[in-house]
Design a protein around this ligand. Structure first.
Ligand code: MN
Length: 289
Protein backbone atom coordinates (compact mmCIF):
# COMPACT_ATOMS: atom_id res chain seq x y z
CA UNK A 1 0.00 0.00 0.00
CA UNK A 2 1.34 3.42 -0.94
CA UNK A 3 1.68 5.74 2.06
CA UNK A 4 0.57 9.35 2.05
CA UNK A 5 3.76 11.45 1.91
CA UNK A 6 2.21 14.91 2.40
CA UNK A 7 -0.75 17.11 1.60
CA UNK A 8 0.05 20.41 -0.07
CA UNK A 9 -2.37 23.27 0.47
CA UNK A 10 -1.94 26.48 -1.43
CA UNK A 11 -3.46 29.86 -0.65
CA UNK A 12 -1.43 31.68 -3.25
CA UNK A 13 -3.52 33.12 -6.08
CA UNK A 14 -2.35 35.16 -9.04
CA UNK A 15 -3.62 36.35 -12.39
CA UNK A 16 -2.21 34.88 -15.58
CA UNK A 17 -2.87 37.73 -17.99
CA UNK A 18 -6.37 39.08 -17.32
CA UNK A 19 -8.31 35.86 -17.97
CA UNK A 20 -7.04 33.25 -15.58
CA UNK A 21 -7.19 33.79 -11.82
CA UNK A 22 -5.28 30.76 -10.66
CA UNK A 23 -4.17 29.08 -7.49
CA UNK A 24 -0.60 27.84 -7.80
CA UNK A 25 -0.87 24.21 -6.67
CA UNK A 26 2.76 23.23 -7.16
CA UNK A 27 5.81 24.40 -9.07
CA UNK A 28 9.21 23.13 -10.19
CA UNK A 29 10.96 25.80 -8.12
CA UNK A 30 9.57 24.59 -4.77
CA UNK A 31 11.28 22.07 -2.42
CA UNK A 32 8.43 19.59 -3.06
CA UNK A 33 9.22 19.45 -6.79
CA UNK A 34 11.30 16.28 -6.71
CA UNK A 35 8.31 14.34 -5.35
CA UNK A 36 6.19 15.32 -8.36
CA UNK A 37 8.40 14.57 -11.38
CA UNK A 38 7.56 14.29 -14.30
CA UNK A 39 4.89 16.87 -13.40
CA UNK A 40 6.46 20.33 -13.14
CA UNK A 41 3.73 22.76 -12.27
CA UNK A 42 0.01 23.02 -11.85
CA UNK A 43 -2.25 26.07 -11.82
CA UNK A 44 -5.93 25.79 -10.96
CA UNK A 45 -8.43 28.37 -12.19
CA UNK A 46 -11.17 27.75 -9.62
CA UNK A 47 -14.83 28.05 -10.61
CA UNK A 48 -15.46 31.71 -11.46
CA UNK A 49 -18.30 33.34 -13.33
CA UNK A 50 -17.20 35.89 -15.92
CA UNK A 51 -19.72 38.50 -17.13
CA UNK A 52 -20.34 38.82 -20.88
CA UNK A 53 -17.67 40.88 -22.63
CA UNK A 54 -16.39 41.82 -26.08
CA UNK A 55 -12.85 42.03 -24.65
CA UNK A 56 -10.29 39.31 -25.24
CA UNK A 57 -9.44 38.05 -21.76
CA UNK A 58 -6.39 35.89 -21.34
CA UNK A 59 -2.70 36.04 -21.94
CA UNK A 60 -0.99 37.27 -25.12
CA UNK A 61 2.07 36.01 -26.95
CA UNK A 62 4.65 34.36 -24.68
CA UNK A 63 7.22 31.56 -25.09
CA UNK A 64 7.81 28.09 -23.64
CA UNK A 65 10.71 25.65 -24.03
CA UNK A 66 11.62 22.26 -22.61
CA UNK A 67 8.28 20.74 -21.57
CA UNK A 68 4.58 20.29 -22.39
CA UNK A 69 1.56 22.28 -21.24
CA UNK A 70 -1.66 20.38 -20.64
CA UNK A 71 -4.84 22.43 -20.37
CA UNK A 72 -7.97 20.74 -19.04
CA UNK A 73 -11.15 22.78 -19.43
CA UNK A 74 -13.95 21.91 -17.00
CA UNK A 75 -16.17 24.94 -17.65
CA UNK A 76 -15.96 27.70 -20.25
CA UNK A 77 -13.80 27.76 -23.32
CA UNK A 78 -10.17 28.52 -24.21
CA UNK A 79 -8.77 29.58 -27.59
CA UNK A 80 -5.14 29.06 -28.41
CA UNK A 81 -2.71 29.77 -31.22
CA UNK A 82 0.98 28.94 -31.42
CA UNK A 83 3.90 29.65 -33.70
CA UNK A 84 4.30 26.00 -34.73
CA UNK A 85 0.90 26.14 -36.42
CA UNK A 86 -1.06 24.52 -33.60
CA UNK A 87 -4.26 26.05 -32.41
CA UNK A 88 -7.90 25.59 -31.71
CA UNK A 89 -10.72 25.97 -29.28
CA UNK A 90 -10.97 23.75 -26.23
CA UNK A 91 -14.37 23.57 -24.61
CA UNK A 92 -15.84 21.81 -21.58
CA UNK A 93 -14.36 18.32 -21.25
CA UNK A 94 -11.66 18.91 -23.86
CA UNK A 95 -7.93 18.82 -23.22
CA UNK A 96 -5.10 20.54 -25.04
CA UNK A 97 -1.75 18.77 -24.90
CA UNK A 98 0.87 21.16 -26.28
CA UNK A 99 4.48 20.11 -26.72
CA UNK A 100 6.65 23.21 -26.48
CA UNK A 101 9.90 21.18 -26.62
CA UNK A 102 12.50 23.22 -28.61
CA UNK A 103 10.34 26.31 -28.25
CA UNK A 104 7.35 28.19 -29.48
CA UNK A 105 5.32 31.25 -28.65
CA UNK A 106 1.60 31.08 -28.05
CA UNK A 107 -1.43 32.97 -26.79
CA UNK A 108 -4.23 31.71 -24.57
CA UNK A 109 -7.58 33.51 -24.41
CA UNK A 110 -11.15 32.84 -23.37
CA UNK A 111 -13.12 31.51 -26.34
CA UNK A 112 -14.82 34.30 -28.32
CA UNK A 113 -18.30 32.73 -28.19
CA UNK A 114 -17.99 31.94 -24.47
CA UNK A 115 -16.77 35.48 -23.70
CA UNK A 116 -19.77 37.06 -25.46
CA UNK A 117 -22.18 35.08 -23.30
CA UNK A 118 -20.09 34.89 -20.13
CA UNK A 119 -20.69 32.19 -17.53
CA UNK A 120 -18.83 29.67 -15.41
CA UNK A 121 -15.14 29.06 -16.01
CA UNK A 122 -12.94 26.35 -14.49
CA UNK A 123 -9.63 25.06 -15.81
CA UNK A 124 -6.42 23.30 -14.86
CA UNK A 125 -3.07 23.85 -16.51
CA UNK A 126 -0.45 21.21 -15.87
CA UNK A 127 3.17 21.35 -17.06
CA UNK A 128 4.76 18.01 -17.89
CA UNK A 129 8.52 17.73 -18.11
CA UNK A 130 10.39 16.24 -21.06
CA UNK A 131 13.46 14.06 -20.68
CA UNK A 132 16.75 15.71 -21.64
CA UNK A 133 16.87 13.86 -24.97
CA UNK A 134 13.49 15.31 -26.04
CA UNK A 135 13.71 18.87 -24.74
CA UNK A 136 14.79 20.13 -28.15
CA UNK A 137 12.33 17.97 -30.12
CA UNK A 138 9.98 19.56 -32.64
CA UNK A 139 6.98 21.32 -31.05
CA UNK A 140 3.61 19.60 -31.35
CA UNK A 141 -0.05 20.05 -30.62
CA UNK A 142 -2.73 17.55 -29.64
CA UNK A 143 -6.29 18.82 -29.32
CA UNK A 144 -8.06 16.06 -27.39
CA UNK A 145 -11.82 16.45 -27.66
CA UNK A 146 -14.11 15.18 -24.90
CA UNK A 147 -15.43 12.57 -27.35
CA UNK A 148 -11.91 11.15 -27.85
CA UNK A 149 -11.32 10.66 -24.10
CA UNK A 150 -12.60 7.27 -22.92
CA UNK A 151 -14.81 7.31 -19.86
CA UNK A 152 -14.84 4.18 -17.72
CA UNK A 153 -17.91 3.77 -15.50
CA UNK A 154 -17.22 2.34 -12.05
CA UNK A 155 -19.42 -0.49 -10.75
CA UNK A 156 -22.64 0.43 -9.03
CA UNK A 157 -22.75 3.97 -10.46
CA UNK A 158 -19.90 4.83 -8.08
CA UNK A 159 -18.37 7.27 -10.53
CA UNK A 160 -16.28 7.59 -13.68
CA UNK A 161 -12.63 7.67 -14.73
CA UNK A 162 -11.86 9.69 -17.88
CA UNK A 163 -8.53 8.52 -19.24
CA UNK A 164 -6.68 11.53 -20.69
CA UNK A 165 -3.27 9.81 -20.78
CA UNK A 166 -2.12 6.29 -19.95
CA UNK A 167 -4.67 3.64 -19.16
CA UNK A 168 -7.27 2.58 -16.68
CA UNK A 169 -8.36 -1.05 -16.81
CA UNK A 170 -8.24 -1.82 -20.53
CA UNK A 171 -8.95 1.69 -21.81
CA UNK A 172 -6.17 3.88 -23.18
CA UNK A 173 -6.22 7.65 -23.22
CA UNK A 174 -5.60 9.54 -26.48
CA UNK A 175 -2.59 11.63 -25.35
CA UNK A 176 0.79 10.72 -26.82
CA UNK A 177 3.41 11.26 -24.11
CA UNK A 178 7.22 11.16 -24.12
CA UNK A 179 7.46 9.25 -20.84
CA UNK A 180 4.92 6.82 -19.38
CA UNK A 181 2.19 8.34 -17.23
CA UNK A 182 -1.46 8.23 -16.24
CA UNK A 183 -3.55 11.40 -16.15
CA UNK A 184 -7.18 10.78 -15.22
CA UNK A 185 -10.18 13.02 -14.58
CA UNK A 186 -12.05 11.14 -11.85
CA UNK A 187 -15.58 11.58 -10.42
CA UNK A 188 -16.62 9.63 -7.33
CA UNK A 189 -19.98 9.50 -5.65
CA UNK A 190 -20.08 9.80 -1.86
CA UNK A 191 -18.97 6.50 -0.34
CA UNK A 192 -17.35 5.21 -3.53
CA UNK A 193 -14.02 3.42 -3.29
CA UNK A 194 -11.35 3.39 -5.96
CA UNK A 195 -8.89 0.54 -5.56
CA UNK A 196 -5.86 0.97 -7.81
CA UNK A 197 -2.97 -1.24 -8.84
CA UNK A 198 -0.10 1.08 -9.71
CA UNK A 199 3.53 0.87 -10.77
CA UNK A 200 5.94 0.64 -7.88
CA UNK A 201 8.36 3.59 -8.04
CA UNK A 202 6.12 6.01 -9.92
CA UNK A 203 5.07 9.44 -8.73
CA UNK A 204 1.48 9.39 -7.50
CA UNK A 205 -0.61 12.42 -6.55
CA UNK A 206 -4.22 13.47 -6.57
CA UNK A 207 -5.70 16.94 -6.66
CA UNK A 208 -9.22 17.50 -5.36
CA UNK A 209 -11.23 20.06 -7.35
CA UNK A 210 -14.36 19.45 -5.34
CA UNK A 211 -15.41 17.14 -2.52
CA UNK A 212 -13.30 15.20 -0.07
CA UNK A 213 -11.42 11.89 -0.10
CA UNK A 214 -9.38 9.77 2.25
CA UNK A 215 -6.71 7.22 1.36
CA UNK A 216 -6.77 3.80 3.02
CA UNK A 217 -4.49 3.65 6.02
CA UNK A 218 -4.60 7.39 6.75
CA UNK A 219 -6.81 9.53 8.90
CA UNK A 220 -6.11 12.77 7.05
CA UNK A 221 -8.77 13.94 4.63
CA UNK A 222 -7.96 15.58 1.31
CA UNK A 223 -10.40 18.38 0.51
CA UNK A 224 -11.04 21.03 -2.07
CA UNK A 225 -7.87 22.49 -3.67
CA UNK A 226 -5.66 20.06 -1.72
CA UNK A 227 -2.93 18.06 -3.43
CA UNK A 228 -2.15 14.69 -1.83
CA UNK A 229 1.25 13.24 -2.72
CA UNK A 230 2.00 9.58 -2.03
CA UNK A 231 5.25 7.67 -1.51
CA UNK A 232 6.73 6.17 -4.67
CA UNK A 233 7.16 2.82 -2.95
CA UNK A 234 4.22 0.46 -3.18
CA UNK A 235 1.85 -0.63 -5.90
CA UNK A 236 -1.59 -0.27 -4.35
CA UNK A 237 -3.67 2.73 -3.47
CA UNK A 238 -7.25 2.73 -2.27
CA UNK A 239 -9.18 5.94 -1.86
CA UNK A 240 -12.65 6.55 -0.55
CA UNK A 241 -14.87 9.52 -1.35
CA UNK A 242 -16.26 11.09 1.82
CA UNK A 243 -18.35 13.41 -0.34
CA UNK A 244 -19.22 13.53 -4.02
CA UNK A 245 -15.77 14.29 -5.44
CA UNK A 246 -14.05 15.55 -8.59
CA UNK A 247 -10.30 14.93 -8.71
CA UNK A 248 -7.33 14.86 -11.06
CA UNK A 249 -5.15 11.79 -10.67
CA UNK A 250 -1.48 12.11 -11.63
CA UNK A 251 0.82 9.12 -11.88
CA UNK A 252 4.05 8.84 -13.84
CA UNK A 253 7.57 7.56 -14.14
CA UNK A 254 9.87 10.15 -12.55
CA UNK A 255 12.42 11.86 -14.79
CA UNK A 256 15.55 11.71 -12.69
CA UNK A 257 17.46 14.58 -14.30
CA UNK A 258 18.47 18.03 -13.03
CA UNK A 259 16.01 20.89 -13.45
CA UNK A 260 16.98 24.46 -14.26
CA UNK A 261 13.92 26.62 -14.72
CA UNK A 262 13.22 30.26 -15.35
CA UNK A 263 9.60 31.33 -15.88
CA UNK A 264 8.37 29.71 -19.11
CA UNK A 265 11.61 27.76 -19.76
CA UNK A 266 12.46 24.50 -18.00
CA UNK A 267 15.74 22.91 -18.98
CA UNK A 268 18.52 20.89 -17.31
CA UNK A 269 21.28 23.52 -16.88
CA UNK A 270 21.57 27.29 -16.33
CA UNK A 271 23.46 27.53 -19.65
CA UNK A 272 20.47 26.06 -21.47
CA UNK A 273 18.24 28.66 -19.77
CA UNK A 274 20.51 31.49 -20.93
CA UNK A 275 20.36 30.02 -24.45
CA UNK A 276 16.54 29.79 -24.27
CA UNK A 277 16.29 33.47 -23.32
CA UNK A 278 18.62 34.45 -26.17
CA UNK A 279 16.79 32.27 -28.68
CA UNK A 280 13.47 33.80 -27.65
CA UNK A 281 14.85 37.34 -27.85
CA UNK A 282 16.28 36.57 -31.31
CA UNK A 283 12.94 35.33 -32.58
CA UNK A 284 14.06 31.70 -32.88
CA UNK A 285 10.91 30.43 -31.17
CA UNK A 286 8.84 31.84 -34.00
CA UNK A 287 6.05 34.36 -33.98
CA UNK A 288 2.29 34.48 -34.30
CA UNK A 289 1.12 35.70 -37.65
MN1 MN B 1 1.52 29.47 -21.94
Amino acid sequence: MKKLAFIKRSNEKHWVGDGFHVRGIFSYNEPTARHLSPFLLMDYAEPTTFPPTEDRLGVGEHPHRGFETVTIVHEGEVEHRDSSGGGGKIAKGDVQWMTAASGLVHEEFHGTEYAKKGGPFEMIQLWVNLPKKDKMAKPGYQGLTAASIPEVALEGDAGTVRVIAGEYRDRRGPARTFTPMNVWDVRLEKGAKLDLNLRDGWTTALFVLDGKVKADGTTETVGRADLAVFERTGDRLAIEALESTKLLFLNGEPIDEPIAGYGPFVMNTPDEIRQAILDFQNGKMGQLT
